[in-house]
Design a protein around this ligand. Structure first.
Ligand SMILES: *Cc1c(COP(=O)(O)O)cnc(C)c1O
Length: 400
């Protein structure tokens, strides 16, 4: 048997769907089995003392890489585009964010972070980076090329996230990257929402593209995982930081991530279609003030989204017309197909109430009414809408 050729150069014309199927697979090295086996290991044995002294072995020690981790890294790299020089695996999305940040900053540096960033990203800056004298300025996500005015001589990194995973602002990433690069700063992006399938971050000026693999890569709400894709400029520092801190992922979790990745393109297409259908349905409801979904023409970031993104995923928010908090709770409690809980990206639908007012420091959050974030899973859209109709009946009963 032979292995599919997944070298980026050999397969440059291939579609992402194909790359997801062939990436990192080596059946010829594994007795013909389609999938790379899960290598549970720590020690790697050397044939002789001489081999050990010269470290003559393909694998040295499991923390530094196994066939399981290598397969996942190449599969992930295959969809990041030609600018990708390497991918590092981390035990969670937040670990991927903190490792990526730590790989580019030194004591005394300054970083710029979007005010719309995932809240725990702020915690990394405000509790970890701050201890090395690294200061953070939060900026308006809509700043665009205006980021230039916020750059200081010691600004080392600009962190972007688009869309914000609660508030859904779309950032002008090429403009921000151009300004950052002109001052020698590195651009980091949390690309969990679009994934490289719908936004090729490294092609748009991002130097370190981060995903919480817990979301669409895993896809089944059964694993915590994160990854960072680096370009030539950032790859060595990223690897040195991840290896230096001893960060690695357990073999079974890598295997779950690998398994999820194979079907990510078809799942994402289904999430996209269903989420758009439900978002449009929400827009027509009298109880709804607005729907925050960048693929809807009504969204203020729609033109930018259309310019840079090739798709949308299953996560969006809805701003309700003002009602008491008990009516929003009644809406959520009446739903049976939508679970109430953190995270997203699994096959199941979720809904959570949220409020960005206490998170923000650079901008004010005043959407005009209470807000709920929805993740649209792989259930049938008409069943989801029937469930939501029950939610609105409960909302109106509680409000009235
Ligand atoms: C969930 C999430 C993370 C963190 O990922 P974990 O795997 O939960 O640590 C980071 N960014 C965004 C946008 C997320 O939604």
């Amino acid at each position: 048997m032979k292995s599919p050729d997944d070298r980026p150069g050999a397969a440059s014309a291939r579609a992402d769907r194909t790359r997801l199927v062939v990436g990192g697979r080596r059946p010829d090295e594994h007795y013909g089995f389609v999938n790379t086996p899960v290598f549970h290991g720590s020690t790697v044995l050397y044939p002789t003392a001489e081999d050990y002294l010269a470290r003559r072995s393909r694998y040295k020690y499991a923390r530094r890489g196994t066939p399981t981790s290598e397969a996942l890294e190449s599969a992930l790299a295959a969809i990041e585009g030609p600018a990708c020089a390497g991918v590092c695996l981390l035990p969670s999305g937040l670990a991927a964010i903190s490792a990526a940040l730590l790989s580019v900053v030194d004591a005394g540096d300054h970083v710029l972070v979007s005010d719309s960033a995932y809240d725990p990203t702020r915690t990394v800056c405000d509790t970890v980076l701050v201890r090395w004298g690294i200061t953070t300025t939060y900026y308006d996500p809509l700043v665009g090329a205006g980021i230039e005015a916020l750059m200081r001589p010691n600004t080392k990194a600009v962190f972007v996230e688009a869309p914000g995973s609660l508030s859904f602002e779309i950032q002008d990433i090429p403009a921000i990257a151009a300004a950052a690069h002109a001052r020698g700063a590195v651009v980091l992006m949390d690309n969990t929402w679009a994934t490289p399938l719908y936004f090729r971050a490294l092609d748009h000026g991002v130097d370190l593209s981060i995903q919480s693999g817990t979301k669409y890569i895993g896809g089944h709400s059964d694993v915590m995982f994160g990854c960072v894709a680096a370009n030539e400029r950032t790859n060595k520092a990223l690897r040195d930081t991840v290896f230096g801190m001893g960060l690695c992922v357990g073999p079974d979790d890598m295997n779950l991530a690998q398994r999820g990745l194979r079907t990510m393109a078809v799942r994402l297409a289904a999430h996209q279609e269903a989420a758009l259908a439900v978002a449009r349905w929400f827009e027509a409801r009298p109880e709804v003030l607005k729907v925050l979904h960048p693929a809807l023409p009504s969204h203020p970031g729609h033109a930018l989204w259309k310019r840079d993104f090739t798709g949308s995923s299953g996560l969006f928010s809805v701003v309700f017309r003002p009602v008491p908090g008990r009516a929003i709770n009644a809406f959520l409690n009446a739903l049976s197909l939508f679970g109430i809980g953190a995270s997203w990206g699994g096959y199941e639908s979720l809904a959570i109430p949220f409020d960005c007012t206490t998170i923000r420091t650079a901008t004010t959050w005043a959407p005009g009414g209470p807000t709920i974030r929805f993740h649209i899973g792989l259930e049938d859209v008409s069943d989801l809408i029937a469930d939501l109709e029950g939610g609105f009946a409960a909302l109106n009963a509680a409000a009235g």
